[in-house]
Write a protein that binds this ligand. Structure first.
Ligand SMILES: C[S@@+](CC[C@H](N)C(=O)[O-])C[C@H]1O[C@@H](n2cnc3c(N)ncnc32)[C@H](O)[C@@H]1O
Length: 461
C-alpha cells in the first residue's frame, strides 16, 4: 500500500519514534471478527467457533463469517471488526434507554445497541444517505429487534423536530477514514492534506445538531475511524469549550491507547478518551470519547409534548379498520400461541401494519425507511406477515413451525418452493425453521410451501 506523501509526513511528525511501526501496522492484514446475537433463541448454537473471545466485548469473537450462511441470514451473527465493536460497549447501553445512532449505516453500532436494549426502550437509527439507509434497514431487520425506528434524515431536519430527547446519542462520524486504509485501500484515494480539516468542519455541524437532541444530563458517544487529531481530540476540545460536557474515562484494555493531550493543546482530559492503533491493538484504527452532559437532568424526554403526539394525531399512521383488526387477530391466533403485540401499539402506514409504541416520538414530516417494526401487510382481504416478523420471534411463540433441512433452506432463500411429501398439515401460514433457527414465513398450499422470501434478499448458497 502506498501512502500519500503528506500523510507520511504528517504522521512521521505526529508520532515520532512510533511512526515506522505505525506505517508498518497499516500494511498488515486486517483483523476479522463477528458478534453473536442474544436476542435469538439458543444464540450460541452456531456453526462458527466461539473459542477466540474478544476480551472487551462479551458477544464478540475473532474469526470470519459468511454472508451466505444460515447464521448470517437469520441474524445470529454480525460481521464487525474488533475496534468498531468497542464503541457500543463504551456506550454501556441499558435496556429501557432512548438512544439515537445518528450516522448509522451500515449498522454495526446500531445492531449492537439494539441487541443491548433487549427489547426495552427505543433506538432511533438514522442514516442520511438513502441507499446506505436501505442497507441499514436490512441489517437491523435480521437481528430481530422490534424497538428500532429507521430514519433517513439530515441531522438538521431531525433536530428541528426532536429536541432534548435522547438519553444517549452515538455520533460515529463521517471522517477521513485513515483507520480503514488497511481494510479498504480505496479510502486512500479520497485522502488529501486538507481532508481531515474538511471532515472536522462537517463533524462540528453534525455535533451542533446532536447537542439540540441530547437530553440535559444525557451522554454523547463520539467516535471516528481516523487517526487525525483534527477529527478526534480537537473535536472533543471544541465540544467541551462550547457545551456543558465533561469526558467520562473510557476503560483501556491491553493494546488500547489513551487519547493524546498533546493533540489538543495539552488538555490532560483527552487521556480519558481511547485511541485504537492497528500496530498496538488487534483491530483497525478508531477513536472513541464518551461525554457527560452536565446540565440539570430533566424528566424523561419521552414526555415532552413537542416530541410526542397522541396516536390519533400522528399523521404518519392511521388506525386499523375493523376488517384489518380482524385479519391480524385471525392470523395471530392461527400461527402464534399468544398475543405478540399490544393492540394499542399497532398502526397502519398505507396498507402496512406496524408496531409503534405510543411512547415513541412523533416522526411526522421526517423521512424514514422503517417507521417502527413492520408486522405485515394487508392485501385485499388477506394479511401477509413481514419477513422481519419471522426473525423477531422465538419458537416458543409459534404454533405453526415446519422444520426443514439445510438443503431445503438453501432452496427457499434462493426463491424456490419446498415440496412436502405426505403432509397432514393444514394449509395456511407457517414459520420455517432450520437447525433451530426461525428463518422465514411460507404458505402451505396442497403440500407445497410457497415462497415468500423477499425478492430483493434472495441469494444462492
Ligand atoms: C463511519 S460511517 C457510520 C458507520 C456505522 N456507524 C456503523 O457502525 O456501521 C458514517 C456515516 O455518516 C454518514 N454521513 C455522511 N454525511 C453525514 C452528515 N452530514 N450527517 C450525518 N451523517 C452523515 C455517512 O453516509 C456514513 O454512513
Amino acid at each position: 500500500m502506498k501512502f500519500p506523501v503528506d500523510f507520511k509526513e504528517k504522521y512521521t511528525n505526529l508520532l515520532g519514534d512510533d511512526a515506522p511501526a505505525f506505517f508498518e501496522g497499516l500494511q498488515t492484514e486486517p483483523v476479522k471478527a463477528f458478534r453473536v446475537n442474544p436476542l435469538k433463541e439458543n444464540y450460541e448454537n452456531i456453526d462458527y467457533a466461539l473459542n477466540r473471545p474478544i476480551p472487551y466485548v462479551p458477544t464478540g469473537f475473532y474469526g470470519s463469517v459468511s454472508g451466505k450462511s444460515l447464521e448470517h441470514q437469520t441474524g445470529y451473527v454480525y460481521s464487525q471488526e474488533p475496534s468498531a465493536m468497542y464503541v457500543a460497549e463504551v456506550g454501556d447501553v441499558q435496556p429501557g434507554e432512548v438512544i439515537l445512532d445518528l450516522c448509522a449505516a451500515p449498522g454495526g453500532k446500531s445492531t449492537q445497541i439494539a441487541i443491548k436494549l433487549a427489547g426495552q426502550g427505543l433506538l432511533v437509527s438514522n442514516e442520511i444517505n438513502r441507499k446506505r439507509a436501505g442497507i441499514l434497514a436490512e441489517n437491523i431487520e435480521r437481528i430481530g429487534a422490534t424497538n428500532v425506528v429507521i430514519l433517513n434524515e439530515s441531522p438538521q431536519a431531525m433536530a428541528q423536530k426532536i429536541t432534548n430527547y435522547f438519553d444517549k446519542i452515538f455520533v460515529d462520524a463521517p471522517c477521513s477514514g485513515e483507520g480503514m486504509f488497511r481494510k479498504d485501500p480505496d479510502a486512500i484515494k479520497y485522502w488529501h492534506k486538507d481532508y481531515p480539516a474538511e471532515c472536522a468542519a462537517r463533524q462540528r455541524e453534525i455535533l451542533i445538531e446532536t447537542m439540540k437532541m441530547l437530553k440535559p444530563g444525557g451522554q454523547l458517544i463520539y467516535s471516528t475511524c481516523t487517526f487525525a487529531p483534527e477529527e478526534d481530540e480537537q473535536i472533543i476540545g471544541w465540544l467541551m469549550k462550547n457545551y456543558e460536557l465533561e469526558l467520562i474515562p473510557v476503560k483501556k484494555y491491553a493494546g488500547m491507547d489513551s487519547g493524546f493531550p498533546r493533540f489538543a493543546g495539552d488538555n490532560m482530559e483527552m487521556a480519558k478518551a481511547v485511541r485504537l492503533f492497528p500496530h498496538h491493538f488487534k483491530g483497525e484504527g478508531h477513536f472513541i470519547a464518551k461525554l457527560q452532559d452536565k446540565r440539570e437532568p430533566i424528566s424523561n424526554g419521552n414526555d415532552s409534548k413537542k416530541n410526542r403526539k397522541k396516536k390519533k394525531e400522528t399523521s404518519v399512521f392511521r388506525n386499523l379498520s375493523k376488517e384489518e383488526e380482524r385479519l391480524w387477530k385471525d392470523f395471530e391466533k392461527e400461527v402464534f400461541n399468544q398475543q405478540l403485540f399490544n393492540a394499542d401499539n399497532l398502526r397502519c402506514w398505507g396498507d402496512q401494519l406496524f408496531y409503534y409504541s405510543s411512547k415513541w416520538p412523533n416522526i411526522e414530516k421526517l423521512k424514514f425507511v422503517k417507521p417502527g417494526f413492520q408486522v405485515g401487510v394487508f392485501k385485499k382481504k388477506r394479511f401477509e406477515p413481514a419477513y422481519g416478523l419471522a426473525l423477531a420471534i422465538k419458537s416458543s411463540d409459534v404454533l405453526r413451525i415446519i422444520d426443514v433441512t439445510k438443503t431445503e433452506w438453501a432452496e427457499y432463500v434462493s426463491g424456490n418452493i419446498i415440496s412436502l411429501v405426505d403432509t397432514q398439515l393444514k394449509k395456511g401460514w407457517y414459520v420455517l425453521r432450520c437447525d433451530g433457527k426461525l428463518f422465514a414465513f411460507a404458505k402451505l398450499v396442497n403440500g407445497t410451501l410457497k415462497n415468500f422470501f423477499p425478492k430483493g434478499l434472495r441469494f444462492s448458497v
